[in-house]
Design a binder for this molecule. Structure first.
Ligand SMILES: NC(=O)c1ccc[n+]([C@@H]2O[C@H](COP(=O)([O-])OP(=O)(O)OC[C@H]3O[C@@H](n4cnc5c(N)ncnc54)[C@H](OP(=O)(O)O)[C@@H]3O)[C@@H](O)[C@H]2O)c1
Length: 279
C-alpha cells in the first residue's frame, strides 16, 4: 500500500473516517468490528472530531482501540473553531483524550476557520505540542489563501497537514492547494474520498468500465482514483467490515494512464481557481 509521511512517521495512505459513527446504538458492534478489521489488516490512521456526534464518535473510537497498543495507531481529532483559543482548545483536548481513552493525540486539527486569530490558535497548538499532549497539529477546510496566511504566522510553518474535501467529483484543490502542499511535503488529507456514496458515479459508463476492468465496485474505483496522488491520506468512512476489506483492496489498485485520461474527460481537472468545496 502507498505510504504517507508525517515528518518522520510513515503511515499507510488509507485511513479510516468516523463521521456519524457512534450515533446509533444498533450499529455500534458493526462499527467497532469495521474499525478493528482495518487495524487488524494494516491500517493505522483513524480520523475523528469533537463535533462528530458531540463526542460519540470519539467514544466509539476509544472502545475500538482498547485492545491495541497505543503505537499501533495514529489518531487525528479536531476542535471546533469556537474552541480555537488557547484556553478552550486545552479543555477540548482534555475532553477528547478522555473519550478516546488515551493521553495524547497524533494530530490535532482546527476543524475549519472561525473568528479566533490564527496566531492565537497556532500558539495554543504549539503549547500542546510542547506539553506532549499532541504530536503534530494541522488545519482543515483551508483554502490556498488561508494556507499562505498561516505561513506568515510565527510557527505557522510547523503545520503538519491540511484536510480538505477531495474526490473524483470535487477536484478544485488540484488547481492550487494540492500541488502547493505536495511541493512542500505537507500531507494532504482527503475527506469524503468516495463522495459519500453519491449515486451519480454509478450511472457513468467510464466509471463502470474501469470498475469492470479491475473487478471493483464504484466506491473502490473512486478510492483508487483519490489514492493515485502522492503524499495523500484518504480517510473513507465505513461501518461495514466488508466495505473496509474492499477499501483496503482498492488501495493497492493502480489505474492505468488510459483509464485516468478517460476519467479526466468525464470529470475534468480544474483549469482555474475554484472556491473551496466544503461539506
Ligand atoms: N474535516 C472535515 O471537515 C471533514 C468533513 C467530512 C468528512 N470528514 C472525515 O472524512 C471521513 C470520510 O468522509 P465522509 O464520511 O463524508 O464520506 P465518504 O468516506 O466519502 O463516504 C462514506 C460513505 O461511503 C460508504 N462507503 C465507504 N466505503 C464503501 C465501500 N467500499 N462500498 C460501499 N460503500 C462504501 C459508507 O457506507 P457504509 O458505512 O455502508 O460502508 C458511507 O455511507 C469522515 O468520516 C470524516 O472522518 C472530515
Amino acid at each position: 500500500m502507498q505510504q504517507v509521511k508525517f515528518d518522520q512517521v510513515q503511515l499507510p495512505a488509507l485511513g479510516m473516517g468516523t463521521w456519524h459513527m457512534g450515533d446509533q446504538a444498533a450499529k455500534r458492534d458493526a462499527e467497532i468490528k469495521a474499525l478493528r478489521y482495518g487495524l487488524d489488516h494494516g491500517l493505522r490512521v483513524i480520523d475523528t472530531a469533537e463535533m462528530y456526534g458531540s463526542g460519540r464518535s470519539e467514544s466509539l473510537v476509544g472502545t475500538a482501540i482498547q485492545p491495541y497498543s497505543r503505537q499501533d495507531f495514529f489518531i487525528i481529532s479536531k476542535f471546533y473553531p469556537q474552541n480555537a483559543t488557547k484556553q478552550r482548545m486545552q479543555q477540548s483536548l482534555t475532553a477528547s483524550l478522555q473519550r478516546l481513552g488515551t493521553d495524547y493525540l497524533d494530530l490535532y486539527l482546527l476543524h475549519w476557520r472561525g473568528r479566533v486569530p490564527l496566531a492565537e490558535t497556532v500558539a495554543g497548538l504549539e503549547d500542546l505540542k510542547q506539553a506532549g499532549k499532541i504530536r503534530y497539529w494541522g488545519i482543515s477546510n483551508f483554502d490556498q489563501a488561508d494556507l499562505l496566511e498561516l505561513q506568515q504566522i510565527n510557527a505557522g510553518q510547523n503545520l503538519a497537514a491540511n484536510e480538505d474535501l477531495y474526490n473524483l467529483g470535487a477536484r478544485g484543490v488540484e488547481f492550487d492547494v494540492l500541488p502547493w502542499q505536495q511541493q512542500r511535503q505537507i500531507p494532504f488529507i482527503a475527506y469524503s474520498p468516495v463522495a459519500q456514496g453519491n449515486k451519480r458515479f454509478n450511472n457513468n459508463a467510464v466509471v463502470q468500465a474501469v470498475a469492470a476492468a479491475h473487478n471493483l465496485s464504484v466506491p473502490q474505483v473512486l478510492l483508487a482514483w483519490t489514492l493515485r496522488q502522492p503524499n495523500l491520506l484518504a480517510i473513507p468512512q465505513t461501518s461495514n467490515w466488508q466495505h473496509m476489506q474492499a477499501n483496503i483492496a482498492a488501495a493497492d489498485i493502480i489505474l492505468t494512464t488510459a483509464e485516468l485520461t478517460a476519467l479526466d474527460r468525464e470529470f475534468p481537472a480544474p483549469t482555474r481557481k475554484q472556491p473551496l468545496e466544503i461539506i
